[in-house]
Ligand binder design. Structure first.
Ligand SMILES: [Zn+2]
Length: 227
């Protein structure tokens, strides 16, 4: 056990933290995320400054003892520097959420959906996915096991699209497929061929457009895929 103190303008919080060496995704520890969204904190605690409410949320969380050192340092540093005005407080809180994603990214627990890796286009602000090249009909497999949330045509440009739902609020999208082999509700693992590479929808040529989302926010797939 180790004592960690968070100093805030109006609150002083002392916590006994047990450091666990196991590297598990932070969000998998409980159904209630340890690092909350600002809206969750505001709903749960209605009085006080945002920083104070965040401190109380952390103190009340039943899994706080399992948080490993790195992420806890991130939480306390972010919380301590939250300034007084409401607007900037919200920004500080967003930073806390980003830290939790960084921890998940270091896991590299997902695999590439194609056997031969050829990156055609990287992830950037106007392209929220990763384009992987290959021949027409190349087998596409899930980045990790999960359940098919959608399998069918998408009018917005994805073409033939498969969306998989995984643990820890992770979703993955496989777009422009020439053929879909799965149905909504079906369980899949990394050996299942969910479809074949194609150029359907808004695609300049044959490739797979892969997106990875966590709690609805897209991540750079390169940060979570291991070779
Ligand atoms: Zn793309």
């Amino acid at each position: 056990m180790r004592k960690i103190r968070i100093e805030l303008p109006k609150y002083r919080l002392q916590l006994d933290v047990k450091l666990v060496k196991r590297r598990k995704p932070l969000l998998a520890l409980s159904e209630e995320p340890i690092i909350p969204k600002p809206s969750v904190v505001r709903k749960k605690y209605r009085k006080g400054t945002f920083a104070g409410r965040l401190a109380r949320y952390l103190a009340d969380h039943r899994n706080i003892g399992k948080v490993f050192a790195v992420s806890f340092v991130a939480i306390s540093t972010s919380a301590a520097f939250i300034p007084q005005t409401t607007n900037v407080q919200a920004q500080g809180a967003e930073n806390v959420v980003i830290e939790s994603q960084t921890n998940l990214m270091t896991e590299k627990s997902m695999i590439y959906p194609v056997a031969k890796i050829k990156i055609n286009q990287d992830y950037y602000i106007f392209h929220k996915g990763l384009d992987l090249g290959g021949g027409l009909g190349t087998s596409i497999r899930p980045i990790m096991s999960g359940v098919v949330a959608y399998a069918g045509w998408d009018r917005s440009g994805y073409g033939n699209l498969v969306i998989l739902e995984h643990k820890s609020g992770i979703d993955s999208y496989y777009a422009h497929l020439s053929k879909i082999n799965v149905k909504t509700g079906q369980s899949v693992d990394t050996n299942t061929e969910i479809g074949k590479m194609g150029a359907t929808g808004r695609a300049s040529g044959v490739h797979l457009h892969l997106e990875v989302h966590q709690n609805g926010v897209s991540l750079n797939p390169l940060t979570v895929l291991s070779k």
